[in-house]
Design a protein around this ligand. Structure first.
Ligand SMILES: N[C@@H](CCC(=O)N[C@@H](CS)C(=O)NCC(=O)O)C(=O)O
Length: 231
């Protein structure tokens, strides 16, 4: 048997959730980092494209050679193949909530996605349409945060009082945005939640290499606010 390998892009939400799922299950793996910020991108190497023709991480390669692409498929696969400790309840209502919130975390990530344009674009040089689109993204993220704040205030973890697949999906999404400058001021339940989560050994292990809990070099949320306010 060889080792389990997960191909990851450091800091990407989808890679993060795959690692967090494995570590919460107590499964070891080698995280093989693929660099995408320099050319040629390692996700476009012939070796990696042979594993995933889309050239996207994460990809899980199991010790017996089984390959799984797509982060949600990886979570599903891990839960089915390694049922203990379980991250999805057997009770139908709890199961439905955990699975719904796990996938809704992706909707939250999509609401934010437009702000990533601020990595490359100078806010001062943006057109009226671009500013409107950034303002729209900010409003969508605020709406999402209100929803998740309410959920976080109702239980210890995001979908109930036990850690579940919903946390595996949601925590990296939230932590990623915090790194990009999101403030949880006025959202005490989410703030308490993210602090609680980051104390977990699995969360610390899955945390992106070289990242701290501080905001990264570019505060996208501050840029987005200035961009939207100048519109
Ligand atoms: N739907 C996929 C999305 C994966 C994805 O977009 N991965 C990006 C993360 S940055 C990637 O690997 N990009 C590398 C590239 O396009 O070269 C999943 O959930 O796994």
């Amino acid at each position: 048997m060889s080792e389990r390998v997960v191909y990851v892009v450091n800091g990407s939400i989808s890679s993060w959730r795959a690692l967090l799922c494995l570590y919460e299950k107590g499964l070891d793996c080698r995280a093989q980092r693929l660099r995408v910020m320099r050319e040629p991108r390692e996700t476009r190497s012939p070796e990696f494209l042979a594993i995933n023709p889309r050239g996207k991480a994460p990809v899980l390669v199991e010790p017996d050679g089984v390959v799984v692409n797509e982060s949600f498929a990886i979570l599903d696969f891990i839960e089915r193949r390694y049922p203990a400790p379980s991250l999805v309840s057997k009770e139908p209502r709890a199961m439905a909530r955990e699975l719904s919130l796990s996938h809704e975390a992706e909707t939250f990530a999509c609401a934010y996605e437009g702000l990533e344009a601020l990595f490359e674009r100078d806010a001062g040089a943006m057109s009226e349409d671009e500013r409107r689109s950034i303002a729209g993204c900010l409003a969508a993220v605020e709406w999402e945060l209100d929803l998740w704040e309410k959920r976080a205030s109702e239980s210890t973890f995001i979908a109930g009082d036990a850690l579940s697949m919903a946390d595996v999906s949601f925590y990296p999404t939230l932590a990623y945005m915090l790194r990009r400058g999101l403030s949880l001021e006025g959202r005490p339940a989410l703030d308490a939640y993210q602090r609680r989560m980051r104390e977990r050994a699995a969360c610390a292990k899955a945390f992106p290499e070289g990242w701290t809990h501080a905001v990264g070099k570019r505060d996208l949320f501050a840029l987005a606010r200035s961009c939207a306010n100048n519109g």
